[in-house]
Design a protein around this ligand. Structure first.
Ligand code: GLU
Length: 514
């Protein structure tokens, strides 16, 4: 890597729909490299293909990246020295480079109609050849290489439809070094003369991408492996335009694979296996179909960033939990693996749980507050924070604290049937009333140990084993067979709320056959 060159990287999505989680990973790796080297991170919107433009997609991309914690120094929102950063607004900048290549004999006008192209493909397919517009087939097409110069001029003067195609050599090796994949060698005989500029003056992805990377001084092109086949063409463009000296380093990232088997992780895998493949929920503007998002699913953005960083990149040690700062310090492209990374749903949940257990309680409270309020629970911040502290070992998402631990805020809605069947005897109801009396003698701010002591001495006096009453007591208080440590749970709910629950359980729970 030339160390002299300032690191300038870009994330360059096309606004053709919601950003796939794999795209978020690409943005993240760019961001980590930029920050690590004190470089510049750019957001460029590649919207030259107007047919595939989806309204709302650009805003979605911007919001998603913000949510995950990826910041840009230049881009559609920030502006910057190379503004505008939306390719449709840069349209007038591209054509000159296509014409420059025509002047140098490295590109040509092509006037073929859809029909002409169709016939060419059929003809080549019939003779078992690659149906491509390439160095061989171009000689039998309608272009400035085959038509007489005066006819070309006449067509252009007339305003006939045309495109500009790159003129690739017939048989030449294109070599470039990819930071992740090593040397890549492709022969131009397997490549086609891609369209660079369309008749309406709009560049294709390839021309606009290379021109912008050059003009914006991009040092590293870090993008998904699906772009690897385009890279040799891009290398040729750098060569043809005389920019080889400043060609960026390429780094093609491995695919994110399905949880089982091979193949790229798709939206359908998410639907089928019940996990989001998009950072935020997305409603398709045409079909109104809703796709789930990590944010709405209750994931922490830090957990998502951490999980994505490790999908395809390996730190030097065994550490798995990384803050963004730690990722920045540790990251290097050299530790990105060549092979695809399997998406692991369990691991995603695990990461979220780790963050749930570590995040400061006051931050978690802010997240849960709307949910607590929507339920109409009248609970102080201190109380909710203590509930979170007790419950977070047991759940994967913060929202489950309120869903599963609802009994911290209201009386049990039902009692676990299995515990009742196995543990609730004819005399258990009386014991609950007895325990209520024992607890009533405690102070109203009694702590866990006070309840535990009172329980033990009640059992001793009543001549009943603690093991026989422990589970019925939990069910009488919470309705649930399991949960946080029982005495802490009871102490937090508080003496005055526990007593009526014990009486209610004694009244309501009846034993079959008793
Ligand atoms: N616009 C391309 C995309 O949508 C960018 C590929 C690249 O980074 O060069 O992924």
């Amino acid at each position: 890597m030339s160390t002299e060159r300032p690191v300038r990287v870009r994330f360059a999505p096309s606004p053709t729909g919601p950003l796939h989680i794999g795209g978020v990973r690409t943005a993240l790796y760019n961001y980590l490299l930029a920050r690590k080297h004190g470089g510049t991170m750019i957001l460029r919107i590649e919207d030259t293909d107007q047919n595939r433009f989806v309204p709302g997609a650009e805003q979605y991309i911007v919001e998603s990246l913000k949510w995950v914690g990826i910041e840009f120094d230049e881009g559609v929102e920030q502006g910057g020295p190379h503004a505008p950063y939306r390719q449709s607004e840069r349209k007038p900048m591209y054509a000159q480079y296509a014409y420059e290549m025509i002047d140098k004999g490295l590109a040509y006008y092509a006037f073929d109609t859809e029909e002409d192209l169709d016939q060419m493909r059929k003809r080549l397919e019939a003779s078992k050849m690659q149906p491509a517009y390439d160095s061989v087939s171009r000689m039998s097409m309608k272009n400035s290489l085959t038509l007489p110069a005066d006819e070309v001029k006449a067509r252009l003067d007339r305003g006939d439809n045309f495109v500009i195609r790159i003129k690739l050599p017939r048989k030449e090796e294109v070599r470039f070094h990819d930071v992740i994949r090593g040397w890549v060698v492709v022969n131009t005989s397997t490549m086609d003369d891609k369209v660079l500029l369309k008749g309406d003056g709009m560049p294709t992805y390839h021309l606009a991408n290379v021109v912008d990377d050059y003009l914006m001084g991009i040092s590293h092109v870090i993008r998904g492996e699906e772009w690897l086949p385009s890279a040799p063409l891009h290398v040729m463009l750098y060569r043809y335009l005389g920019w080889e000296e400043v060609m960026p380093q390429f780094a093609h990232l491995p695919l994110l694979l399905k949880p089982e088997g091979n193949g790229k992780l798709s939206k359908r895998d998410g639907d089928r296996l019940g996990f989001p493949v998009f950072p935020l929920q997305w409603t398709d503007p045409k079909t109104q179909e809703v796709s789930s998002g990590y944010r709405e699913g209750g994931y922490y953005p830090e957990a998502v960033a951490n999980m994505l960083a490790l999908l395809g990149w390996h730190p030097s040690g065994n550490q798995e939990l990384f803050s963004m700062e730690e990722l920045i310090a540790e990251f290097s492209l050299e530790r990105v693996s060549k092979s695809g990374a399997k998406f692991d749903v369990q691991k995603a949940l695990w990461f979220n749980q780790q963050y749930l257990q570590r995040k400061p309680l006051h931050e978690q409270y802010e997240l849960l507050k709307p949910q607590v309020e929507a339920k109409g629970y009248d609970a102080s911040q201190e109380y909710v924070e203590q509930v979170i502290a007790l419950m977070r070992e047991k759940v994967q998402f913060a929202k489950e604290v309120v869903e599963e631990g609802y009994y911290f805020f209201e009386v049990p809605k039902s009692y676990d049937e299995e515990v009742i069947r196995k543990k609730w005897k004819a005399e258990t109801g009386n014991h609950m009333v007895g325990l209520a009396d024992a607890f009533a003698a405690l102070a109203d701010n009694a702590v866990a140990e006070d309840f535990e002591m009172a329980f033990k001495s009640y059992c001793e006096i009543a001549g009943v084993k603690t093991g026989e009453l422990l589970q019925p007591l939990r069910v009488a208080v919470s309705g649930a067979p399991m949960g946080p440590p029982i005495w802490e749970m009871i102490a937090l709910i508080g003496r005055d709320f526990i007593l009526p629950r014990l009486h209610t359980a004694a009244d309501k729970i009846t034993v079959a056959g008793a």
